[in-house]
Design a binder for this molecule. Structure first.
Ligand SMILES: [Zn+2]
Length: 421
């Protein structure tokens, strides 16, 4: 193996692979310049300039990592008022809560041990561990940490790193499980994170990460999951390559439905661990699917462009014929989709969100479409509603139908589809 690259990225343009430092990155698609997807705007901020950054997807011919080539300062992305809350999407809540018991069963982890979640958000994942009898501790840099603490999940509000790992061990002891769910692909100081986890974990401890999975992204044309927070788009091959640089062995993997298709990757300390055959099976599937070959990416890019044209045509046609069209749901990925497809408030006057959302009254970055309580959509009954949380559409649409929504529902991806009421 070559000398170990630094996995702690500095803000700015990246010109070598984030994992293996290979210099010749291959362009996949350029989505243009975008504002950070969770930097929602207050009305007064609409009078100010808005910062945008390039959003280019590239891939490494060596380790296979698909990645973006620009790092925005994490303090700018994960600011204290960061509005994302995992505990309000019901299908996600169930998946997150079951994570702890699933891991404990599978690896025979005894109750009473310490479970730590890095990027613990509102503590939903840890509540599953807690209910199963573990001691729990969260680490979360944004104000969402307060919600977790209020709900009885002890949470440190800071960015995680080696220094914090040492102080946690001195106060709470070593951990039996450390999880990093849906933040592992988002962290710029990844080297510091992994070294911190080495410090935190007991010798027989388990490090479990969850990341959006490249094969699912490509299969279902999820270009909207490309945004600045999301630096890496992992495959099995690239994540194994990453852990090879550290004193960890990737021992197991599951494919899970979270966020439109993710992989849960299990790693243990040391290099001589038993590896479950799930790992070699998935590696083989990736090779068979051509996940490291040009044609798969050419097809993806064609599908992205086709879906953009189809969605633009539908939206413009509806408006040209006097129809009303709104959006449903404001996940981070909606920013990428709306900006890339040039959909603005003239075409989509508002986006409807659940009454419990922290985003009501704010404006989407880039497109400046306002987020409003779904009550308005239910009163107005627009002819069309574009499902921006399309990766979770079924339970959301079912709920809205029960509440009386009669609009036609537009699913923007993987291909544009209209669901009649
Ligand atoms: Zn690489």
């Amino acid at each position: 193996m070559n000398e170990k690259p630094s996995h702690d990225l500095s803000p700015g343009h990246i010109n070598s692979c984030q994992i293996c430092s290979a210099a010749e990155l291959i362009p996949v698609i350029s989505l243009g310049h975008h504002a950070p997807c969770d930097s929602l705007l207050w009305p007064a901020q609409l009078q100010q300039p808005e910062k945008t950054y390039p959003l280019n997807l590239v891939r490494c011919p060596d380790c296979g990592l698909v990645q973006i080539d620009y790092v925005v300062n994490p303090e700018e992305l994960f600011f204290p008022e960061y509005p994302y809350r995992s505990g309000i999407t019901s299908s996600l809540v169930n998946n997150l809560r079951s994570t702890g018991p699933t891991i404990m069963d599978r690896y025979g982890i005894a109750t009473g041990g310490l479970a730590i979640d890095i990027g613990s958000n509102d503590g939903t994942l840890l509540s599953g561990f807690k209910d199963a009898g573990m001691r729990v501790l969260g680490v979360e840099p944004t104000n969402i940490a307060k919600i977790a603490n209020d709900n009885g999940i002890e949470t440190i509000q800071e960015f995680f790193g080696e220094g914090m790992a040492k102080s946690i061990v001195s106060k709470h002891g070593k951990a039996k499980v450390v999880t990093a769910a849906n933040m592992f692909a988002h962290v710029a100081k990844l080297g510091s994170l992994i070294r911190g986890v080495e410090i935190l974990l007991d010798n027989d401890g388990l490090f479990v990460t969850e990341s959006h999975y490249l094969a699912d992204l490509l299969d279902t044309v999820q270009y909207d999951s490309v945004y600045h927070e999301h630096l890496k788009y992992y495959s099995m091959r690239s994540i194994i390559r990453l852990f090879d640089y550290y004193d960890f062995t990737v021992v197991d993997v599951d494919r899970i439905p979270n966020y439109g298709g993710s992989i849960r990757v299990y790693a243990m300390k040391g290099k001589n661990q038993h590896v479950n055959e799930s790992v070699s099976c998935l590696l083989e599937e990736e090779t068979k699917a051509g996940l490291y070959d040009t044609p798969v990416f050419d097809r993806f890019v064609q599908q992205v462009r086709d879906s953009k044209k189809d969605l633009q045509k539908l939206v413009v046609d509806v408006c040209a014929h006097g129809g009303r069209l709104v959006g449903i749901g404001s996940p981070g990925r909606a920013s990428t989709l709306l900006s890339y497809c040039n959909i603005d408030p003239d075409l989509m006057p508002y986006i409807a969100e659940q009454s419990t959302s922290l985003k009501l009254g704010l404006f989407m970055p880039g497109s400046h479409i306002q987020i409003v309580d779904e009550v308005r959509m239910l009163e107005e009954q627009p002819e069309y509603a574009v499902m921006l949380s399309w990766h979770y559409w079924e339970p959301i649409v079912a709920k809205l139908r029960v509440k009386g929504l009669r609009s036609k529902i537009v699913l923007p991806l993987p291909t544009v589809r209209v669901l009649e009421p």
